[in-house]
Design a protein around this ligand. Structure first.
Ligand SMILES: Cc1ncc(COP(=O)(O)O)c(C=O)c1O
Length: 473
């Protein structure tokens, strides 16, 4: 019989968010080897009673740890520590801001415990519904928020010469944002402002790759990433993906760089569990490969809080790419690259040589949206809006990859071909993508990718109604 651990110190400061503290401390207990793979935790009810907190708090902490892959459930028999390796640096989740009236910590003991190539419209003039993956809702941007940002940018005098790393104020804001939202503890020297993921990857590839170097890209994966690496002269190596993300134990040892989407695999939607994240970082340390983490839509999670970045495990071997293209709009053309300062310096010097820059007014506008809280409010509103649309699509058969982002994948019943379903959907006025466009080689899965970011709820409902009969076995 397996017994549950009852001797774990969890120290709760009741002035700070409780679920985040439980999550962080249990995570640390696993990484430090205090809790071992296979050990059973208390049930949510028992832990809640032991800690004197509500069960919702513990349920939410466990949900986060499940999502990140630290815990696993065994049907009917409880919650266990997943098969993760202690010893790698823990993913640090910084404490939330302390509120006033902080009470002394009391120790409590748990007893057991592809972007489209043409400008897309949500529905075009003939009432067609184009379900393009990865396109956010432009109409969801509050015009007053947009005006305020540009008004502020207009008040900022131009510098005499652009700073090749980007505005210091923006980088300082991103230091805080990344720490709070992605557990990524870096300084402004780790950050380079870019025009987005593709631009960041282009700079990185120009600095790191020599013609003929081998660069891994998830298969299926983001076609633009493949194209950027190919243009840099790399030999692009497809790296197999399953429902969780990239399959780490199949990675070849001779890659110079690996492009990956651990928070929300593009397009299948898996999130890379902790054990694989650890394996990936260990592999990169051993082989000298640089991992490129594309966190394109990590703000939009529907099950748990945004996941800690893979780069938080080791910012020396992982280069993190963020963008405003999903959380706000691709027309802004702003993003960030986070890496070891030496590498950031080299990329910056390279960009200077070709006079590469991000327009200052864009950066000022972004600073205004971050410091005023407008960007965070926008993301919260969009998350609710996208969640409504997503829940309509969840009613369709064969949905996978639905826990984040603004698209889902539909696996088809046996005997159904994605090309036929897409063509029939097109005849009915619904545009969907087939999965084969995300493969470099022969596809090993057939299915459809459905974007709901740019389609209003009524359009999503109509599309779901039209698609449903096409998906019947
Ligand atoms: C996987 C992925 N990464 C990144 C992006 C955004 O890239 P960028 O910041 O270059 O606009 C997209 C847009 O469709 C995407 O699908």
């Amino acid at each position: 019989m397996t017994t549950s651990r009852s001797d774990l110190p969890v120290v709760l400061d009741r002035a700070r968010p409780l679920a985040a503290q439980i999550t962080g401390q249990l995570r640390d207990a696993v990484t430090s080897g205090v809790l071992l793979a296979g050990e059973r935790l208390l049930s949510t009810r028992e832990l809640a009673a032991t800690l004197g907190v509500s069960r919702t708090v513990v349920t939410s902490a466990y949900a986060q740890l499940f999502a990140e892959g630290w815990l696993e459930g065994r049907h009917g028999s409880g919650t266990y520590v997943a098969d993760v390796t202690p010893g790698l640096p823990p993913v640090r989740v910084p404490p939330g801001p302390a509120r006033s009236g902080r009470v002394p910590a009391g120790q409590v003991r748990p007893s057991q415990a592809t972007p489209p190539s043409v400008s897309p419209l949500e529905t075009d003039k003939d009432g067609r519904i184009e379900m393009l993956p990865g396109v956010p809702w432009a109409d969801g941007i509050d015009p007053a928020m947009w005006r305020r940002a540009w008004r502020y940018a207009g008040t900022r005098p131009p510098s005499s010469w652009p700073d090749a790393c980007g505005l210091r104020e923006l980088r300082a804001e991103l230091v805080t944002y990344l720490r709070r939202s992605r557990a990524l503890t870096v300084t402004a020297d780790h950050i380079l402002i870019t025009r987005g993921v593709s631009n960041g990857l282009t700079g990185l590839a120009a600095t790191l790759l020599s013609p003929g170097d081998r660069a891994g890209v998830e298969e299926p994966g983001y076609p633009a990433a493949r194209e950027v690496l190919r243009r840099a002269g790399a030999e692009v190596v497809p790296c197999r993906v399953d429902e969780h993300g990239v399959v780490t134990d199949e990675l070849p040892d001779d890659l110079r760089l690996l492009y990956t989407t651990p928070a929300h695999q593009y397009p299948l939607g898996g999130r890379l569990p902790v054990a694989r994240r650890q394996a990936l970082v260990a592999w990169a340390r051993r082989t000298g490969t640089v991992i490129v983490e594309d966190d394109y839509d990590g703000e939009f999670r529907y099950d748990v809080a945004p996941l800690p970045a893979l780069a938080a495990m080791d910012p020396e071997v992982v280069v993190y790419l963020g963008t405003t293209s999903k959380m706000l709009t691709p027309v802004l053309g702003a993003g960030w690259l986070v890496g070891a300062p030496g590498l950031v310096d080299r990329i910056t010097a390279d960009r200077q040589r070709i006079s590469e820059r991000v327009p200052e007014p864009v950066q000022h506008a972004l600073v205004q949206m971050i410091t005023s809280g407008a960007l965070e409010r926008h993301v919260r509103r969009m998350r609710l809006e996208y969640a409504r649309r997503r829940s309509v699509l969840m009613g369709l058969p064969g949905v996978i990859g639905d826990t984040a982002g603004m698209h889902v994948v539909l696996e088809l019943p046996p005997g159904r071909s994605a090309a036929e379903v897409a063509s029939a959907a097109c005849d009915l006025g619904v545009g969907v993508f087939t999965l084969d466009r995300y493969y470099a080689g022969p596809p090993n899965r057939d299915g459809l990718a459905l974007g709901y970011g740019a389609v209003p709820l009524t359009g999503v409902r109509r599309a779901a109604g039209l698609l449903r009969p096409l998906l019947a076995p």
